[in-house]
Ligand binder design. Structure first.
Ligand code: 4AD
Ligand code: MG
Length: 501
């Protein structure tokens, strides 16, 4: 048996080393054999195949401990999985004595060794090192991530190092799995992925929470405005444009040509709300389906959330166990429940009644016509239902112009899906496909008919019933992992007053 490993960095295969072929079935579930060496996830998954064989691994030192007997134990993590690999080396590893001195927490290593059954109780295998190379050291006096619990606030300040922590590493793997599962769900059902624009002249949600994109000199533009001019004519696009708050309107265009589509990408909202569930930049996935009504829409959203939950339960078990133990005890149970039980549904009117009769001391009182606040959403999902809940048919005044007006004239065919701990995770609706009603809605909401001529055109030419929804990826990550603040659910959070890295 040769070495089960790959070329040295930048080098050719060592004579006698074999590259173990990535197994596609295993690769689908997570990182597999790498081009250079093997990853620790693969090693643990195929322990029996690797036992007794020489391998090459590379990663970062989590901890190092020296025994009196002259043996060094290194906990090595390469990000491929939650677990560390225990590397066992002679403290004075032959020619490498100086090397061993710089094996400290945070340093990065290349280790060649043999996979052995471990006598320790903590792990079934370990790596007996023959050769260790330190790529980069980390001064223990300065390295910020020492072996203790750090607050999430502190970790946000070192977002360049925080993915090396257990929590953010696990969040990152879960987020990746969710993204993969999102594409798989829609691709398996014949949806087309549409790349809707980031720069747009429309404000889909009509809430005015847009970031303006401009190349204008702001001082000169302000002066021109004061003099009654229109500086935007001079701007890059010749008119005011913004970062998108939603790809829905453009997705509707494609749904009314290709049938079933989705958009999935960065979304921007300049809402000045410093809350634990709002980001200024987040990722939203928005499916849009021709010939769907609200009921079809809700059915799809339920199947979608269930399939995402199943994907993480199936492939992220180790990370989920960590969240259940150290972050939020209820995560496994709430995921399991989401996959098993049908979603409850109630109308907005019913929800208001439930809230009024609840006797809860809400900060915001509720009556028909008032928007549901985070505290109301959480009460409904957490206490009243104890699981996912869809609230449908909201008052027209609370929702954007594009939602389909119900026959009662007061409500629209909207749905919000609420889950415990997070509140609203999905917002969607059936769209207004009748040109006259749409025009009326636009006038009432003060939407420029001229700017949205194309949107009205879609109702003039081959209009069809259609519906869709949007899921905030970070809220889903929050729900799955239990992290209390949405800023832990995205690699580089952007929120009012904060856009570092
Ligand atoms: O309810 P929203 O505003 O709906 C729309 O944007 C529709 N155009 C979607 C559609 O029908 N195609 O946003 C949808 C979801 C919310 O339920 C929430 O999960 C997430 O996007 N979201 C945010 N996530 C993080 N930070 C914010 N500021 C968010 N705003 C919305
Ligand atoms: Mg919403």
């Amino acid at each position: 048996m040769g070495w089960i490993a790959a070329p040295e960095p930048g080098g050719v295969l060592r004579p006698g080393w074999a590259v173990i072929e990535p197994n596609p079935e295993i690769a689908r579930k997570g990182p597999c054999a790498m081009e250079k060496g093997i990853c620790i996830a693969d090693l643990f998954r195929r322990e029996n195949e690797y036992l007794g064989k020489p391998v090459l691994v590379q990663g970062w030192v989590r901890t190092r401990r020296d025994s009196k007997a002259g043996v060094t134990f290194i906990e090595l993590n390469d990000g491929s999985c939650f677990r560390n690999l225990q590397v066992v080396a002679e403290t004075a590893l032959g020619e490498h004595k100086p090397t061993m001195g710089s094996v400290t927490t945070g340093s990065s290593l290349r280790v060649e060794g043999t996979v052995l059954a471990s006598p320790g109780r903590e792990q079934s295998i370990e790596l007996r090192a023959h050769r260790i190379q330190v790529y980069g050291g980390a001064d223990p006096a300065k390295y910020p991530l020492q072996k203790k619990r750090h607050s999430f606030e502190f970790l946000r300040q070192i977002a360049h190092l925080r993915p090396r922590t257990n929590t953010i590493g696990a969040v990152t793997r879960v987020r990746n799995k969710l993204s993969q599962a999102i594409h798989r769900f829609f691709q398996d059902r014949g949806f087309y992925w549409i790349h809707t624009p980031v720069i747009t002249s429309s404000d889909c949600e009509g809430a005015g929470e847009v970031f303006r994109v401009t190349t204008l000199d702001l001082q000169k533009a302000a002066a021109a405005l004061r003099e009654g001019g229109n500086p935007f004519e001079e701007d890059f696009f010749g008119k005011p444009v913004y970062l998108t708050v939603s790809g829905q309107l453009q997705a509707e265009i494609y749904a009314l040509s290709l049938g079933k589509v989705y958009t999935f990408g960065p979304t921007f909202r300049a809402e000045n709300s410093n809350t634990s569930r709002h980001l200024a930049e987040f990722w939203m996935v928005e499916p849009e389906m021709a010939f769907y009504d609200l009921e079809d829409d809700l059915e799809l959203a339920e199947a979608f959330l269930k399939s995402l939950a199943q994907a993480v339960l199936a492939d992220c078990e180790e990370d989920l166990r960590f969240f259940a133990r150290f972050v939020e005890p209820g995560v496994m149970e709430s995921l399991d429940k989401l996959t098993r039980e049908p979603f409850q549904v109630m109308t907005y009117g019913e929800a208001v009644e439930v809230l009024r009769k609840s006797g809860e001391p809400f900060a915001f009182p509720v009556s028909w016509g008032s928007d549901l606040q985070a505290e109301h959403e959480r009460y409904l999902a957490e206490k009243y239902v104890g699981g996912p809940l869809a609230v449908v048919h909201f008052p027209r005044d609370l929702k954007p112009f594009y939602m389909r007006r119900n026959d009662d004239g007061k409500t629209v065919a909207a749905m919000d899906i609420l889950v415990p701990r997070v509140g609203e995770i999905i917002g969607g609706s059936q769209r207004e496909e009748r040109p006259d009603v749409l025009l009326d809605q636009m006038k009432q909401k003060g939407i420029s008919v001229e700017d949205y001529r194309w949107y009205l055109d879609l109702r003039e030419y081959g209009s069809a019933p259609h519906a869709g929804f949007g899921l905030g990826l970070e809220r889903m990550v929050q729900f799955v992992t239990g992290v209390a603040n949405i800023r832990e659910a995205i690699p580089f959070p952007r929120s009012p007053g904060s856009a570092d890295f």
